[in-house]
Design a protein. Structure first.
Length: 242
């Protein structure tokens, strides 16, 4: 079987990487991939993207960078995303990756007008999720970890909206048959989410929210994490059927 590609668009903080690794490791672990089943390309670091045909599927990680910075590596990655989606490579963008995909495919990403969303929130599915390979037959609503200030303000033309939260109208979408974006973090666990809540507590409270309530509300998100496993299964079934 072909390996999975993890596109690294940024890094987490050194304090947490010492024990947990970086975003690509969280993602690969949540996907339950062995060391020989995935390859990481650090686009933020300038590494070139490979031929999409070499992979069973692709996941684009989150980042501390902002889509509105519009730096060169984002434009290069967006061009590759358009090419890979057209070629039929199954793709899943997470948080920044979700925003990058939305922007690259004709939507618009920028700062959320109501500020940051962080902690564990309830995600509600739309009616279209009932027929979606990643979201069909899962509990509705379900808890998921989030931490973001920017969002997909506008989805690409012909995108299918799959999920929303009270704060964010675009928590998940699909373009075509094989390309998904999720604003929530299926790769985050309780430890990582509480780390970000603690780190951003001042910003949280400047928004008029209670940092302690958000911290204490962080809980396990098995259903959310399962979306990554469903993506792996989808890619492997599709690869096996070729």
């Amino acid at each position: 079987m072909k390996p999975f590609l993890i596109i690294k668009t940024g890094s987490t903080f050194e304090d947490i990487t010492r024990n947990k690794g970086d975003f690509e490791h969280w993602t690969a672990n949540a996907m339950r991939l062995g060391p020989d089943q995935w390859q990481c390309v650090n686009v933020q670091g300038g590494e070139p993207l490979p031929d999409p045909d070499e992979f069973a599927g692709c996941v684009i990680t989150g980042s501390h960078d902002m889509i509105t910075e519009a730096v060169d590596w984002m434009a290069t990655t967006s061009f590759w995303v358009r090419k890979a989606v057209k070629a039929g490579l199954p793709m899943l963008g997470i948080c920044f990756g979700h925003q990058l995909m939305a922007d690259a495919l004709g939507g618009k990403a920028a700062y959320h007008p109501d500020g940051m969303e962080i902690g564990t929130v309830e995600i509600s599915l739309t009616g279209d999720a009932a027929d979606d390979p990643l979201f069909a037959d899962i509990p509705n609503p379900f808890p998921a970890h989030v931490t973001h200030s920017q969002t997909a303000l506008e989805l690409p033309p012909n995108a299918v909206l799959l999920a929303a939260s009270d704060h964010d109208a675009h928590q998940a979408f699909r373009v075509g048959e094989h390309a998904w974006g999720v604003q929530f973090h299926p790769e985050f666990d309780v430890e990582a989410t509480r780390f970000y809540v603690d780190l951003l507590r001042e910003k949280i409270e400047k928004q008029g929210q209670d940092g302690d309530v958000i911290f204490d509300g962080v809980r396990e998100t098995v259903v959310s994490a399962g979306v990554l496993l469903r993506f792996v299964d989808y890619c492997l079934e599709r690869e096996g059927g070729r």
